[in-house]
Design a protein around this ligand. Structure first.
Ligand code: NDP
Length: 242
């Protein structure tokens, strides 16, 4: 049997890179998208190859049609078995009224519009038995008041995407599953101007800590595996119970 081939948007840093690492260890080959950080892309590809995976890294901005085309063109259509819709950003922390309009548009464009368009492409390119995993957020449920209402609204859209598309894609034998992390230690917080967020969340968390990227990766690996064959349409929360 040939090795599974999984495409991950935003696959060279943070949670995406942890998913790549886990899947490479599980025997997947990979296509990983990135936009800015060429150094991280090169390091991640070398790491995947050390783990025995064939790995292509592709500069592909998923907020553009050309970026989505480029990314999917890098994945052999005869071999693609899974897609992880992971690229995302919050970009700003604070109440919605203080969040610049341009930031709101950019965040919704990346976290919702691009996610819908990547999902659309994924279900048209995946074979029967293929799996699409949409990375949502615990914020989709809480609304994240005072912090990221703009982002929470986009991620709530991703949850609806997972539910609706799971039913449409089921007719073609494709499974769509969501994974909703809580606060995970990645650069996303510093990039929003709030590097202290994981420590702050840890102090009030039932487990006394924020999550680690590999703790999300394990659940994504499960979602992609046949063990999750009847979990279509679900969004699995990985929030440490918070
Ligand atoms: P990071 O900031 O660490 O990584 C974001 C990734 O998205 C990078 O690989 C980045 O690529 C990529 N990316 C950003 N913009 C684009 C774009 N326009 N086109 C393609 N790729 C892009 O974030 P996380 O790893 O924390 O986040 C991963 C996912 O998990 C996101 O969907 C996020 O919303 C979600 N999430 C994260 C949580 C957390 O606490 N960390 C909590 C809940 C959900 P590049 O390296 O080129 O910049």
């Amino acid at each position: 049997m040939s090795r599974p081939l999984t495409l991950i948007t935003g696959g060279t840093r943070g949670i995406g890179a942890a998913i790549a690492r886990r899947l490479a260890s599980d025997g997947h080959d990979l296509v990983l998208g990135f936009t800015r950080d060429e150094g991280a892309a090169a390091r991640t590809r070398a790491e995947m190859e050390d783990l025995g995976a064939r790995c292509r890294v592709v500069r592909a901005d998923v907020t553009t049609d050309a970026g989505i085309d480029t990314l999917f063109a890098a994945a052999d259509p005869a071999r693609l078995t899974g897609v992880v819709n992971n690229a995302g950003a919050t970009l700003h922390i604070g109440p919605l009224v203080d969040t610049p309009v341009e930031v709101i548009r950019t965040v919704i464009d990346l976290n919702l519009t691009a996610a819908v368009l990547v999902a659309r492409r994924a279900v048209s390119q995946l074979p029967e038995d293929g799996v699409l995993v949409n990375i949502s957020s615990g914020a989709a449920t809480t609304g994240s008041p005072g912090e990221y209402v703009h982002y929470a609204a986009a991620k709530a859209g991703v949850d609806a995407l997972t539910k609706g598309l799971a039913i449409e894609a089921a007719a073609r034998g494709i499974r769509v599953i969501g994974v909703a992390p809580g606060t995970i230690e990645t650069d996303i917080h510093a990039d929003a101007g709030d590097p202290g967020r994981p420590a702050r969340v840890a102090a009030a968390h039932p487990l006394g800590r924020a999550g680690r990227p590999e703790e999300v990766a394990g659940v994504v690996a499960f979602a992609l595996s046949p063990d999750a064959s009847y979990a279509a349409g679900a969004t699995i929360r990985v929030t440490g119970g918070r």
